[in-house]
Write a protein that binds this ligand. Sequence first.
Ligand code: HPA
Ligand code: ZN
Length: 344
Amino acid sequence: MESSSIRHIIQNIPKAELHLHIEGTLEPDLLFSLAAKNKVSLPYSSPEAVKAAYTFNNLQEFLDIYYAGASVLLHEEDFYLLTRAYLHKAHEQKVVHTEMFFDPQTHTSRGIPFGTVIRGINRAREEAHAELGITSHLIMCFLRHLDEASAIKTLQQALPWKDSFLGVGLDSSEKGNPPSKFRHVFEMAKAKGFMTVAHAGEEGPAGYIDEALDLLNVDRIDHGNRSVDSPELVSRLRERQLALTMCPLSNLKLKVHTDLSQHPAKRLMEQGVLVTVNSDDPAYFGGYVNENYMALAEALHLNATDIATLAGNSFKASFLDPITKNQWLQTLHDQYGPKDTNTQ
Ligand code: HPA
Ligand code: ZN
């Protein structure tokens, strides 16, 4: 199929986004305007200079710049503007539901109250739902380069806001910070009824994915690229239909793969794994969700059926209620499913 018709399908097919860091949607223009408003100095002369600086050799090089960027977010209004801009962009790309990560420790460590962060994000979510119909959930991530005591303190701080987020996750520097470091806080979060996810197997080994499953009892794995190194793990993911939220442009920018033709998404789909496509930190990695679908489609020669499978997987793997999930799956089936060739 011609790439123009694949592009058309990607642009128009309803989809959910399940791996998106709200702080990673801070575009250079907003970064600059918030820095000016909040009198935060930046080591760049212009938004263009910022974009030019976004080249990374690994996850840590990105994280250093990403945390520096987040320092311009001070007030409720800043978190509102950030979230509003992303939700409008997602809506333009036919994202009908999104499950967004936020990193409270990045902000509370700078003296920003937890409530400031969540009030700003929530205002944008409610407004976008009313204006655009887009639904969203929030997942609070613990920074794995910090200790478990800090994660436990963050969970306790978050409890007054527990109705605002539905899950907890684990992000930041993976190597040397295995899931086992966070088993108690994940147990506490599960006991409170939260869904759980964890970044695993992005730069870390397949064994970290096993740990996230065995010790953290996660409901999804974020990234999970290294699962291809373990046939037993791939079987396990397939049997449990435990989703991977993969992020091709992130993997390319952070040199998880040198070329997208090596990306394991298609191989994993062929083995029955519930693969989804997402944008991770779109302001830093050069594309929102549709650009990620398109880059993967071009590199791996995905066809229309593959795109419909990926969009379907995004709903299957979401934390939407079963009725809404099935409604979206039915819509996809009606619009993009195999056509009945019987013309009678
Ligand atoms: N990996 C780990 N931590 C992150 C990422 C990522 O891709 N993006 C934002 N925080
Ligand atoms: Zn991520």
